[in-house]
Design a protein around this ligand. Structure first.
Ligand SMILES: [Zn+2]
Length: 337
């Protein structure tokens, strides 16, 4: 496959800080000056690291549909970002046609976050076993979902196929996300006081701690409650998480380099003051369950690791050089833009 280096680079010091990621919450900042053709670690700065995306896909294969550019930014997340999903190509076209004011382009937006510091995110739905636990241990969710739907989840058997499980998950998630404002704020308050009370006599689990944190950031938001439905992902520096089309996710905290095909199509439904499109979000999701894949990066030489997500638009190389070392960066194999 023909790959082309793309002309961006994020340059920053390794290990928690330095220059990278000085943006404000949710804001991106651009650093560095393009893909290095050779690189050198200097004594003054200690080990240095660069990240850059290589666009995947054969020029011919991509044809007219190839996205013009890749986007990248350093995200420094101090306050959780919205619960969102990005539409696949087909849905992006439809949304752009029907609601061009909200969905401004017909492109999809595969996305990958490479952690610079410890990076926390919610991504994808938890397993059925975990969902049963949530329904037993979070009375506020049971109350919102109602006894009939709750027992549909409790009745799911291990041998049940995805076709059987997904509609159940979709139905309770939609019910939760569509609940009216007053019901939601009442239940969020209830959840907060219960957890605050219980924290005096037992250690809260990490999802409960997270719910309390989200409640501080977004009081009365349904995202506080629906966070229990998602996998809580913690990336170490150098680990990466990719987000497929129609997968729910929310970045919680930490610094990452976010790489994406350029598109502004974001369907939001919680933890946000922005426009919420609950109906579109709940109907577009894949309802795939289970913990997402974490990419560790495959070494392609002693200094460079490559992250290859399962989509064609891009892959990302991470170069880290110890002080005083230098390396020639593998050349691009040919132009594809
Ligand atoms: Zn996203």
């Amino acid at each position: 496959m023909l790959r082309s280096e793309y002309d961006w680079g994020v340059e920053g010091r390794e290990a928690g800080g330095g220059e990278a990621g000085r943006g404000n919450s949710g804001r991106g900042s651009r650093r560095g000056g393009g893909t290095p053709s050779s690189a050198m670690g200097t004594h003054e700065s200690g080990p240095r690291s660069w990240l850059w995306a290589r666009r995947g896909g054969d020029a011919e294969e991509l044809g007219e549909e190839r996205p013009g550019v890749l986007g990248e930014k350093v995200l420094s997340v101090a306050k959780a970002l919205s619960i969102q999903a990005h539409p696949d190509k087909e849905l992006a076209k439809t949304l752009n046609k029907t609601h061009p004011d909200i969905y401004k382009d017909p492109n999809h937006k595969p996305e990958m976050a490479v952690a610079i510091t410890e990076f926390k995110a919610l991504c994808g739905f938890i397993s059925t076993e975990e969902l049963k636990d949530v329904l037993s241990s979070v009375p506020e969710i049971r109350e919102l979902v109602g006894p009939d739907d709750a027992s549909k989840v409790m009745d799911i058997k291990e041998k049940d196929t995805d076709e059987k499980v997904k509609p159940v998950l979709q139905s309770i998630f939609t019910k939760l996300m569509s609940a009216d404002k007053d019901t939601v704020s009442g239940l969020v308050l209830k959840l907060r006081s219960r957890l605050t009370e219980e924290s005096k006599t037992r250690n809260l689990n990490e999802k409960e701690e997270l719910a309390l944190l989200l409640e501080k950031q977004y009081p009365s938001d349904i995202g506080v409650i629906s966070s229990f439905f998602f996998n809580y992902v913690k990336l170490n520096p150098g680990e990466a998480l990719y987000i497929g089309a129609n997968e729910p996710h929310a970045y919680i905290s930490g610094e990452c380099v976010e790489c994406m095909a350029t598109s502004d199509n974001v369907v939001r439904a919680g933890l946000t003051p922005k426009y919420r499109d609950v109906h579109t979000l709940c109907s577009m999701l894949t309802y795939k369950q289970g913990f997402p894949e974490i990419l560790q990066g495959t070494p392609i030489n002693p200094y460079i690791s490559r992250y290859t997500p399962p989509f064609d638009e891009f892959e990302v190389d991470h170069l880290m050089l110890p002080s005083g070392e230098s390396v020639a960066v593998p050349a691009s194999q040919g132009p594809s833009r």
